[in-house]
Write a protein of this length. Structure first.
Lengths: 412, 80
């Protein structure tokens, strides 16, 4: 029988509304700080909801001008997060067979800004032609391709596009590839940069966005709270370096955790409406894949979007999965602080889980001030917890379209 | 509008290349500009000079080749 390789995380990179490195990001999560703010772009006045979790990011701090100009923001985020993950892992790429290292990236809207800029030229400004780089900046695989180009990684290179679950799936599929022995290491994660006028208007039309809190824009996303009114769009990227345990141990790498379980499934129920059965099935499959019992899970990073339907459905699905044990498992939605990063959401939340294990601390769900009888679990309300046992974590992503992705990681 | 000076400013603005390196006999290759970069330069030049560069292009190797092309098209397309 073929050997199944164990897979570990050795490096983390983060570009986020709560800071552009893993430490700042996690410190802000633990402090209950919100990255949700007023949108400062010119188009903000034409929006009904003028808040988003946007990222402070100066491309010229990372790239020469001509390169920055030829890369969509989604690719810029992905490259910076990848560079961080590589450095953090301490891996010497030159010393490895780079055919055995690949890139799996998740994104929802990919190069949305570049496409929109092209359309503005074409339809509004009546230009007769578009910028030469338009296709190369907007194509969904641009970010993954550019990572491979910059770091000369010649292993498999795939882009996963399953809306809000994209980067949970990309990480999970990368884990599978290493498990099967087809790669030694994978850079995996997600990137999203969809805060353009057209994209936000499209989300607005779907009536899933949160209303702005009149007193504090940062308090607008309220997962699991009775007064929740929807999600808040966010942008950023997170990438992790995954390696086979042998590879990591052979080079004496610092190991964050082992990825012990992954599952993906489809609700096949409704294009937007979440399903208790579908979500629960995915969580059970992931537990089964990890060979773990319900009682083994110390923390769940919920999908927790802050929409009425998601949060009650997910709570019910957790109960359906874990039974009575559900009430003993802390569950939090860090989206209350970093917003919904869509294609990057799964990766950044998985990263939050890895940091939670490393620091034995649980990030809170902020803005949880009105109990909802349908959401009656322990949501780590408003106050993070330090000095708690966090050895095994579950990270949930449930997408529009019905794709579920669940990752389970465990401290070694 | 001087063709070379304008072209040089397009190249130096876009690519952070030292202006002294952008000479008429410099090849695009030595300036580390690839075919996509050349498209990008031509795109800017079309805007600046009000010309339209047809797709069936003559071979471009040096900055002089680009200047010649622009000058020819400015003449042919009657825009100064």
């Amino acid at each position: 029988m073929k050997k199944i390789h164990r897979v570990v995380v050795t490096g983390i990179g983060v570009v986020s509304p709560l800071g552009n490195d893993k430490k700042t990001f996690f410190a802000n999560l633990m402090a209950g700080k919100s990255g949700i703010r007023h949108i400062e772009s010119e188009f903000a006045e034409s929006l009904e909801t003028r808040i988003a979790a946007w990222t402070d990011f100066d491309p010229l701090a990372y790239f020469p001008k001509h390169k920055a100009n030829s890369l969509d923001r989604v690719t810029q985020f992905a490259l910076v997060a990848s560079q961080q993950a590589i450095e953090d892992s301490g891996i010497d790429l030159q010393a490895h067979d780079k055919d055995r290292i690949g890139v799996y990236l998740g994104t929802g809207m990919a190069g949305a800004a570049s496409l929109e800029e092209g359309y503005i030229r074409l339809y509004r400004d009546n230009a007769s032609r578009l910028k030469p780089f338009t296709v190369l900046m907007a194509m969904p695989n641009a970010a993954g391709a550019q990572i491979a180009l910059d770091f000369l990684l010649t292993g498999p290179n795939l882009t996963f596009c399953t809306a809000c679950a994209s980067s949970t799936i990309s990480i999970g599929e990368a884990v599978r590839l290493i498990r099967s022995g087809e790669a030694d290491a994978m850079l995996a994660g997600g990137s999203e940069a969809l805060l353009t006028f057209g994209t936000i208007k499209a989300w607005e039309a779907l009536r899933t966005l949160a209303e702005e809190d009149p007193l504090d824009p940062g308090a607008s996303c309220r997962p699991f709270s009775k007064n929740r009114s929807g999600m808040v769009l966010g942008e950023g990227a997170s990438m992790v370096m995954l390696e086979s345990l042998e590879n990591a141990q052979a080079r004496g790498a610092r190991i964050y955790a082992e990825v012990v379980g992954f599952a993906s499934s489809s609700d096949s129920a409704h294009i937007t409406k979440p399903s208790v059965e579908g979500q629960s099935r995915a969580m059970k499959m992931a537990l089964n894949n990890a060979g773990l019992q319900a009682a083994d899970i110390d923390y769940i990073n919920a999908h927790g979007t802050g929409t009425l339907l998601n949060d009650s459905t997910e709570s019910a699905a957790i109960k359906a999965t874990f039974g009575d044990a559900a009430y003993n498992i802390p569950v939090s939605s860090t989206k209350s602080m970093h917003g919904h990063l869509m294609g990057a959401a799964g990766a950044i939340e998985f990263t939050a889980c890895l940091m939670a294990m490393q620091q034995q601390s649980l990030p809170p769900t902020i803005n949880l001030n009105e109990p909802d009888p349908e959401c009656d679990l322990d949501y780590v309300a408003n106050q993070g917890r330090v000095g708690v046992k966090v050895d095994t974590v579950m990270s949930n992503s449930f997408a529009f379209g019905g794709t579920s992705g669940v990752l389970i990681a465990k401290k070694l | 509008m001087d063709t070379f000076e304008t072209l040089r400013s397009i190249i130096t603005d876009k690519f952070d290349i030292d202006a002294t390196k952008v000479t008429l006999d410099a090849t695009l290759e030595t300036l580390e500009l690839d075919s996509l970069d050349t498209f990008d330069i031509i795109f800017e030049a079309e805007e600046k000079f009000g010309i339209k560069v047809p797709n069936d292009q003559v071979e471009i190797k040096t900055v002089q080749d680009v200047v010649n092309l622009i000058d020819r098209l400015r003449g042919e397309q009657g825009k100064k």
